[in-house]
Design a protein around this ligand. Sequence first.
Ligand SMILES: [Zn+2]
Ligand SMILES: [Zn+2]
Length: 124
Amino acid sequence: MSYSTRQREVILEILQQSDRPLTPPDIRERASQGSAGIGLATVYRALKFFMAQGMIVLVEIPGAVPCYEPADRGHHHHFICQQCRLVFDVQGCVHDLEALAPRDFQVQRHDIILYGVCARCGAQ
Ligand SMILES: [Zn+2]
Ligand SMILES: [Zn+2]
């Protein structure tokens, strides 16, 4: 199947409808439930396109497969399950991080990654 604008739209919709960042194989799997057979190469091509447009961002977490999410999600953090390796969104933030920085230092940004076991893995 050739690469189409429609396939690209499907891939963006999948990312927008997901409540967690998705890996390229996740995206391909979900895309194949609707229109038959979107290949991984197509997924990567679309991701590259949307990255260049600034519409999606890469979420890089040590120990996790690189995954993607819409760029307009607002400030949030991530949780990685140490068993299934899925990455989840964590809403909210910790305040007073400024207090961790040495005196007279200015914090410009931060990143928080929670490591643990998700509800599904924890229930097994
Ligand atoms: Zn899990
Ligand atoms: Zn934060």
